[in-house]
Design a protein. Structure first.
Lengths: 137, 143
């Protein structure tokens, strides 16, 4: 089954219920693994050994002050609170709410940025790296 | 319940209709797309384009409209009020707040100026003056 990205979702799941970050329009997750070249004499081609995944990614969307400036009020200013703090948060990245049982989640440190231009909506971007184990459901 | 984009049309019309200065210049009123046949001094509001912008989870992030808003008047020996009316239209819309049911207003601003002269389709000796602008309106739904 294939999916359209319109039903993607980013949520913080340190609390219950999960806090869905509003007005985001994309997320990416990169799980590239380290590879070390161990090519030796006599090998007929390069040989590598594989290390651990380097979990990182991005999130992006429209700046949304919400109702009262909180995710509960539909905003996404929480992203900046997290970026300015020292604590990791637990992210849940869902490709589609059509299949809510399928997602990636884990602890992450988040950086955030904001982009304001005179000819468009105010946008935000965030990048994250793993602060603990990540899993796929 | 989703927000009704027609409320943006209505908000612009109400803003223009409610202004006494504009009404004095163009007394025949404000109309969407087409004025009645017997009118000679009026405002036209017409949607040129519209775009929906979405966020994840099928969330409507904001809507972007482009409206043609112009003063229209038939030439007379006393001239036409379109110059002053276009200025007044701009004063009412350009960077001004707009109250729209079901939406938070983000921005209204002129993207292009509009000015042209039209030959009357029935009497080629008669001219119609059009002056105004294409205005971008950005709103985000509250519902």
């Amino acid at each position: 089954m294939r999916f359209h990205g319109s039903k993607g979702q980013v949520a913080l799941i340190d609390t219950s219920p999960a806090v869905v970050l509003a007005s985001l329009n994309k997320w990416t997750l990169d799980m590239a693994r380290d590879r070390v070249d161990v090519t030796s004499f006599g090998d007929t081609n390069k040989v590598y050994v594989q290390g651990l995944p380097d979990i990182k990614g991005t999130i992006g969307g429209f700046y949304d002050a919400g109702d009262g400036g909180s995710p509960a009020g539909g905003g996404n200013l929480e992203l900046f609170d997290i970026a300015e703090g020292d604590e990791a948060v637990t992210l849940r990245l869902m490709p589609s709410t059509v299949t809510p049982e399928r997602f990636w989640s884990g602890s992450a440190f988040i950086d955030a940025s904001i982009d304001v231009a005179a000819n468009g909506a105010v946008t935000i971007n965030g990048s994250f790296v793993a602060a603990g184990a990540w899993s796929r459901n | 319940m989703s927000s009704d984009s027609s409320n943006v049309d209505a908000a612009i019309v109400e803003t223009l209709q409610g202004d006494a200065t504009l009404a004095a210049l163009l007394p025949d009123g404000v109309f969407i797309d087409v004025a009645p046949a017997n009118k000679t001094r009026f405002v036209i509001v017409s949607q040129v384009i519209h775009e929906d912008h979405y966020a994840l989870n099928d969330q409507a992030a904001f809507e972007q409209f482009l409206y043609l808003v112009k003063a229209v008047a038939r030439d007379s020996s006393a001239g036409t009020p379109v110059k002053a009316a276009a200025v007044r239209i701009n004063e009412l819309l350009q960077f001004q707040p707009l109250t729209v049911t079901g939406y938070d207003h983000m921005l209204t601003r002129r993207e292009e100026r509009v000015r042209y002269t039209e030959v009357d389709s029935e009497n080629p000796e008669t001219r119609w003056q059009h002056r105004g602008g294409r205005y971008a309106v950005f709103v985000s739904p509250t519902e």
